[in-house]
Design a protein around this ligand. Structure first.
Ligand code: ZN
Length: 121
């Protein structure tokens, strides 16, 4: 589909629809998964009465991802060495710098699937 960006183009033609919404109590990782599944860069946040109270964008999530990684690292230190079943998470690959929804910890570094494939090759 070719979209022509003209001065007459209105928001209705550019928006993703329907609007994907999340509750304000949703965990950020789940929101990241919802964005990935729907191939969208933002979700509307609803309060308990289903009123829109905000918006979370991919950029917002990226900004806090280093914090999330720190929290998970801290937890895995507490729980001991994470095994091969360590959960995937969203963030920046520490080797290639790519944004990945499926980072895995390999030798203490969070790597994207591509870098893990390289590692195993
Ligand atoms: Zn990578």
């Amino acid at each position: 589909m070719e979209l022509e960006l003209t001065h007459r183009m209105v928001v209705r033609e550019a928006m993703s629809s329907p609007a994907i919404t999340v509750g304000e109590g949703e965990v950020v990782r789940e929101v990241a998964r919802v964005m990935d599944e729907n191939k969208i860069g933002a979700v509307i946040v609803l309060d308990q009465e289903s009123r829109p109270v905000g918006i979370v964008t991919e950029r917002d999530i990226l900004r806090i991802v280093p914090t999330i990684i720190e929290i998970i690292r801290e937890r895995s230190r507490i729980l001991g060495e994470a095994g091969p079943s360590s959960p995937s998470l969203t963030g920046i690959c520490e080797r290639c710098g790519a944004y990945s929804m499926n980072l895995k910890e390999v030798d203490g570094m969070y790597l994207c699937e591509d870098c893990i494939a390289d590692e195993e090759a």
